[in-house]
Ligand binder design. Structure first.
Ligand code: CRA
Length: 819
């Protein structure tokens, strides 16, 4: 497909790049310099395809999806680009010939961590699938100078270190100053009556302006020459004094504008599933949205004159409510700049925008105070007021005299602008990210909206890309799969079901488990080098990696470890299969209880790992700085996938799918996409426990439950909880974990005790863990289970998810790049 790889040429190009970039010869170059030189060489190939793609799109004039997202958690680019160019093995060989190891070179690349967790990584998987399926797409986002912080563990505590990911330069990005746009903040709106048209015009004055400069990242499709674009915006000060007549020569304002530009894209907010309400965050949102919407409109106008048909060539997918100002920004451009009437503009906007909901957690809902919103975005606020006025009128027409409905559904109410309500009112589609989640939206969280506009609601169960999470991350298993069923799974994951015929085959089982073992050895080496802890690859690798959040219940996991430790200490003779509990998680910088949970995990690890009396039966490892690049190693090496959120709280999860693909059975609750995983693989090939979503919701609607009853009646649980406050894991400060203890038992604050039902699910979890051990002891049974997890993971490719978005929401045509 691509121009045939030529080893000699490749090596020469790398040499030439090292000379041009660093004035060095190969033997003097550092590994980082080789990484840069190799990346520029690869970029050259990509640029050919990028141009070819652009030319094709130019010719065909297709409809584009603009995937608008505050987050794109891309991880590393080099390895993935080579995989998708199908040149990974060629380059590995070429580099080996000149004395370099591709793996080591790949390790020189910092992760592009422009995201927090699942939502950002989902966006990255979607871009990979869009390019691979040949759909015209732009990712639209922010080029944060600092991405997700790097996590150091010091004395068991998380310490956040700035992620200066651009310090050595970023070989794959392309600055496009010719596409810069101006974004305006603040000031006020002057209404001018136009006698000729008989209409009011709205002129923003006294504002500050920031120049948005796009950087384009190539998104390489798998083996199809398609290269789409992730466009992330940088902010620069407008250099000349471009202030309007009012402000000419206003020096103070010029300085303010410069500061605004400097601050706006400085750093990613490190909150997952949590809204902090910071003014700078709203600035970030409007900044990248205004630039992206302007760019989309300019692009359309290059070829088309009737802006009223904009939606035929563009659709905006809003990744959660973070980009929802796009609705009002599009209205503003259509009315103020393109001269459409309100009705015409609304028709276009409501055929362009679609919204994805990613959570039901109340603390994640974005609600901006009117004061802040109208001060920062006066014209946008005006437009939202009018959208709200009309929407409220619709509600009243539909439910006459029912003020309750208005109270619950209005976009502006109680001094706040509710972004989800705006997204639903203006979107032509509202989707959840797993079947259970979508049902909860329809029946609970968004019930009133569903009742009023059921046709908008639909489900798109999340997915992941097998190219990164199997082909790149687990090369041994990828090769084994290809040996057995051919390589079509790379672009057609459901084909992986062909492995089912090997599930009972002893030889295949042994090969499968041997690969798992080698991956465990690889991870053990990583842990030794990065954590200084020795783990035994023959033990069960039981893994929970994800953001640290109370609803995800890392606490349940570590309390259970404490319980097991008590058992082993009490019954040294007990037959216990060695287990390594592996955690990886970043806590939001301001989330105190989450950070204390990290300290608890590390404190428990300290005690257990240093207790020679338990003869290595138990190990606990907290992997520092969990991120996309080390995640690839971790999934490949996992035996057990911990997906233990309180039922109803995890909208989907996507880590659960990565584990499954790599042959790790799920130990989990019936939550999010776990429900669908179990449906695909069969209940006998997973370990399910705990309250159901209905049961949890039922308790919640009826005032909670009583954890103290469990505390009082169960001595194992009581003992574990007492160990939180008697110094067992903090001899120098027995009060250290008091807050965690209180969170489970104390109703003194307004919080309910044990909000996340940890004690309620404890016994059932411990019992499921016993089933895990029993299953693992039976080698053939376990191998079969593991293999069936891989074989049944076909549904969870992001290729399927994207095809559903295309068929049911976006309606795009597939592009083929002609030779
Ligand atoms: N935190 C959900 O919690 C889901 C992803 C992607 C999340 C996950 O269960 O898999 O989105 N929600 O759909 C979110 O970010 C703002 O809400 C997440 O990543």
């Amino acid at each position: 497909m691509s121009k045939k790889f030529n080893k000699k040429e490749f090596i020469n190009d790398v040499k030439a790049n090292v000379r041009a970039l660093y004035r060095r010869n190969l033997d003097e170059a550092t590994q980082q310099q080789i990484f840069q030189a190799v990346s520029y060489t690869v970029k050259d190939t990509i640029i050919d395809n990028w141009l070819a793609t652009q030319e094709q799109y130019e010719k065909d004039d297709p409809k584009y999806v603009y995937y608008m997202s505050m987050e794109f958690l891309m991880g590393r680019a080099l390895g993935n680009n080579l995989i998708n160019l199908t040149e990974y093995e060629d380059v590995k060989e070429a580099l080996a010939e000149i004395g370099f190891d591709l793996n080591v070179i790949e390790d020189q690349e910092p992760d592009a961590a422009l995201g927090n967790g699942g939502l950002g990584r989902l966006a990255a998987c979607f871009l990979d699938s869009l390019a691979t399926l040949g759909y015209p797409a732009y990712g639209c986002g922010i080029r944060y100078r600092y991405g997700m912080f790097k996590q150091k563990i010091e004395d068991g505590y998380q310490v956040e270190v700035p992620d200066n990911w651009l310090k050595d330069g970023n070989p794959f990005e392309l600055r496009r100053p010719e596409y810069a746009k101006e974004v305006k903040f603040g000031g006020y709106v002057r209404v001018v009556y136009d006698e000729k048209t008989g209409r009011n015009h709205f002129v923003q004055e006294g504002y500050q302006v920031v120049r948005a400069v796009p950087y384009d990242f190539p998104i390489v499709g798998y083996n199809n020459r398609v290269v789409n674009t992730l466009r992330v915006w940088d902010a620069e000060a407008v250099s000349e004094f471009q202030l309007d007549s009012f402000d000419k020569g206003d020096y103070r304002k010029a300085v303010e504008q410069e500061n605004l530009a400097r601050n706006i894209v400085e750093v990613l907010y490190p909150n997952d599933n949590h809204y902090a309400g910071k003014e700078l965050r709203l600035k970030q949102q409007y900044f990248f949205i205004s630039a992206s919407v302007q760019a989309a409109v300019s692009k359309y106008k290059k070829k088309h004159s009737d802006i009223r048909k904009f939606y035929e060539k563009a659709t905006f997918q809003l990744n959660d409510t973070h980009p929802t100002v796009a609705v009002a920004e599009l209205m503003r451009i259509l009315i103020d700049e393109e001269g459409l009437t309100w009705e015409e503009a609304w028709d276009v906007t409501t055929k362009t925008c679609a919204y994805t909901n990613h959570t039901i957690m109340a603390e994640a809902l974005e609600k901006w105070p009117i004061e802040l919103f109208s001060r920062l975005l006066p014209r946008i606020y005006q437009i939202i007021e009018e959208i709200n006025r009309r929407f409220v009128a619709e509600i009243e027409a539909r439910y006459p005299g029912n003020f309750e409905k208005v109270r619950k559904m209005a976009i502006i109410f109680d001094g706040q602008v509710k972004m989800a309500h705006l997204a639903i009112a203006a979107g032509y589609s509202v989707n959840g990210v797993a079947e259970l989640h979508t049902e909860i939206l329809k029946k609970q969280e968004l019930k009133d909206f569903y009742e009023m506009m059921p046709e908008k609601f639909n489900n798109k169960t999340n997915g992941i890309t097998q190219r990164r999470f199997l082909l790149h991350g687990n090369p041994l298993l990828a090769a084994w799969v290809t040996d057995h069923i051919g390589d079509e799974w790379i672009t057609d994951l459901p084909q992986i079901a062909k492995l089912k015929v090997y599930a009972d085959d002893r030889k295949a089982q042994q090969e499968f488990m041997n690969i798992k073992y080698q991956n465990k050895v690889r991870l053990a080496k990583y842990i030794r080098e990065h954590n200084g802890i020795e783990v035994d690859p023959r033990s069960i690798f039981d893994v929970q990696v994800k953001r640290l959040h109370e609803y995800k219940r890392q606490l349940l996991n570590i309390l259970h470890v404490m319980y097991l430790y008590n058992q082993i200490k009490d019954h040294p003779e007990m037959d216990f299969y060695p287990r390594t509990f592996i955690f990886g998680a970043k806590a939001a910088a301001g989330y105190r209880r989450a950070k204390l949970t990290i300290k608890l995990i590390n404190s428990v690890a300290d005690v257990i790992n240093n207790d020679a009396s338990i003869k290595n039966k138990l190990k606990v490892v907290f992997i520092e700085d969990y991120r996309v690049s080390n995640a690839e190693l971790i999934f490949a090496a996992a035996d057990v996938s911990e997906q233990i959120s309180t039922a109803s709280k995890e909208a989907s999860g996507t880590g659960n799918m990565k584990f499954m693909l790599n042959g790790a059975p799920t130990l989990g609750t019936m939550d999010g996409a776990n429900v669908e995983i179990v449906k695909e693989v069969g209940e006998e090939n997973a370990f399910i426990f705990g309250l159901s979503a209905d049961e949890v919701i039922n308790y919640e609607n009826n005032g909670g439950y009583y954890p103290e009853n469990i505390f009082n009646s169960d001595q194992d649980i009581r003992r574990v909880l007492m160990q939180l406050i008697n110094g067992t894991y903090a001899p120098n400060d027995p009060e250290m974990f008091r807050d965690i203890y209180d969170s489970l038992l104390n109703t003194k604050s307004s919080d309910r005790a044990d909000t996340y039902f940890i004690l309620a699910d404890f016994k059932s979890y411990a019992e499921a863990q016993r089933r895990v051990e029993e299953a693992y002891r039976d080698e053939a049974r376990w191998a079969k289970m593991a293999m069936l997890n891989t074989a049944c993971s076909g549904k969870f490719t992001s290729d399927r998810t994207i095809q559903q978005y295309v068929d049911e929401i976006w309606h795009l045509d597939k592009e083929v790049i002609e030779a």
